[in-house]
Write a new protein. Structure first.
Length: 345
C-alpha cells in the first residue's frame, strides 16, 4: 500500500454528471485472435452509443489513430469522439484507467491504482499499469497513487460512501496477497472516501478472466438502490451463488443506515462469437449522461432485460448494443468504459 496523504475525497456514483467517457481501442491480434475485427466493430458501436450522450476520449496505440478515426467518419451524433495515441497493452479502461474522485472543494483527482492484468493473466501489461498516470497528465488532473491492485470493474459505489465488491475477486491472492480485508477497506477509505464496504461472496462462476468482478453481478443505480443478477433457471451455474449474494444485500444497510432497495434481474442470455457460446452479462451496462448503454446477445431475453432496466431507471434512455465478442474477450460495455465526472463547483 501507499501511505501518501490524501485530502478528504469521495468517489462519485456513475450516475453523477460526466464530462466524458474514457475508452481504449483493441489492436492486438494475439489477444483477440480471429475476433479482432469483430471486437473493433463492437468497440466502435459502444463508442457511438455513448457519444449520443457525452464525449468519448478514445485512447489508441501509437501509430494507429488514423485507422481508428476511420471507424467514426460517418457518425451522426451530437458529440465528438476524440482519438489520442498513448502507449497501450489492452483495451479495458474500466480496469486500467484512473478512477476519479472529488475532494471537499469539488475538484477532481484521479486515483492511480496498480494494474496487473487480472492476476498476471496476460503479458505484457506494464503500459496499461502506467495508463492512468498518462491519461491524468493529458487531462491535467492531479494524480493520487495507490499501491493497491484494484480494477474499476471490481467495485460499484453509491456516491455516498458505500461500495460493493466481491470476495471472489478482491480477496483473490493474485491481486494483493499481503493485504487482508481490513487493509483493503482502509485503502478504499483513504483513496475513494468509502465508509462501508459490502462484501458479496460471489462474482460469476464462469468469470475466470476477472475472477468475479462485481460489475457482472450487481450495480448501484441510485443511492440505496441496487440491481442484482438472479438467474431464474436452476441449471444456471450461478443460480445458488447469486441467491447467496442476495441474502447478504438483504441483511445489510448502507453507509447512511438504509436498507437496500433491490431490483432483481432474472434474465440471462448466451450469444455466439465465431461459433463459441458466450454469456452476455446484462449487468455490465454503462450509465452515460441520461442513458444506459446495455450489452445484448441477440436473444429474446434482451428485450425483457431492457424493459426491466427501463422501469428501474425511467429517467434514462436504454440503448442496446450487441456485444458477444466483448463477452468472448471476458467483459462487456461497462468493462470498456470509464466515466470522467465533471468538477463539482
Amino acid at each position: 500500500m501507499c501511505a501518501q496523504a490524501v485530502r478528504s475525497v469521495r468517489m462519485p456514483a456513475e450516475w453523477a454528471r460526466h464530462e466524458g467517457c474514457l475508452m481504449a481501442w483493441p489492436y492486438r491480434s494475439e489477444l483477440w485472435g480471429g475476433q479482432l475485427a469483430a471486437a473493433q466493430s463492437e468497440y466502435a458501436a459502444v463508442a457511438r452509443a455513448v457519444a449520443e450522450f457525452e464525449p468519448v476520449l478514445m485512447v489508441t496505440a501509437p501509430g494507429t489513430a488514423a485507422a481508428v478515426r476511420l471507424h467514426f467518419t460517418d457518425r451522426a451524433t451530437a458529440h465528438d469522439i476524440e482519438v489520442v495515441e498513448l502507449p497501450l497493452d489492452d483495451s479495458w479502461t474500466r480496469d486500467s484507467g484512473p478512477i476519479f474522485v472529488h475532494d471537499d472543494s469539488g475538484r477532481r483527482l484521479g486515483v492511480d491504482f496498480r494494474f496487473n492484468a487480472w492476476g498476471s493473466k496476460h503479458w505484457p501489461y506494464d503500459s496499461d499499469d502506467r495508463l492512468a498516470a498518462l491519461v491524468l497528465d493529458r487531462l491535467g488532473i492531479e494524480r493520487v497513487h495507490s499501491g493497491l491492485v484494484l480494477e474499476g470493474g471490481a467495485i460499484t459505489v453509491d456516491g455516498e460512501g458505500t461500495l460493493i465488491t466481491t470476495e471472489q475477486c478482491l480477496l483473490h491472492p493474485n491481486r494483493n496477497p499481503r493485504a487482508d480485508r481490513a487493509a483493503i477497506e482502509a485503502e478504499l477509505a483513504r483513496t475513494l472516501g468509502i465508509e462501508k464496504v459490502i462484501w458479496l461472496p460471489y462474482g460469476g462462476l464462469e468469470d475466470t478472466e476477472t475472477d468475479g468482478h462485481v460489475d457482472g453481478v450487481a450495480a448501484f443505480i441510485a443511492p440505496g438502490r441496487v440491481v442484482v443478477s438472479l438467474p431464474d433457471d436452476a441449471r444456471h451455474p450461478d443460480y445458488a451463488r447469486m441467491r447467496a449474494n442476495l441474502a447478504v444485500l438483504e441483511a445489510t444497510r448502507d453507509a447512511r443506515g438504509r436498507a437496500l432497495d433491490i431490483v432483481t434481474l432474472s434474465q440471462t442470455a448466451y450469444g455466439d462469437a465465431d461459433g463459441e457460446r458466450v454469456e452476455v452479462g446484462y449487468l455490465n451496462f454503462y450509465l452515460p449522461n441520461g442513458g444506459c448503454v446495455l450489452p445484448v446477445a441477440g436473444q429474446p431475453q434482451d428485450a425483457e432485460a431492457a424493459e426491466l432496466l427501463a422501469k428501474a431507471m425511467p429517467e434514462r434512455k436504454i440503448v442496446p448494443v450487441p456485444t458477444p465478442t466483448l463477452a468472448f474477450g471476458g467483459g462487456g460495455v461497462h468493462c470498456i468504459t470509464q466515466q470522467i465526472p465533471t468538477e463539482r463547483r
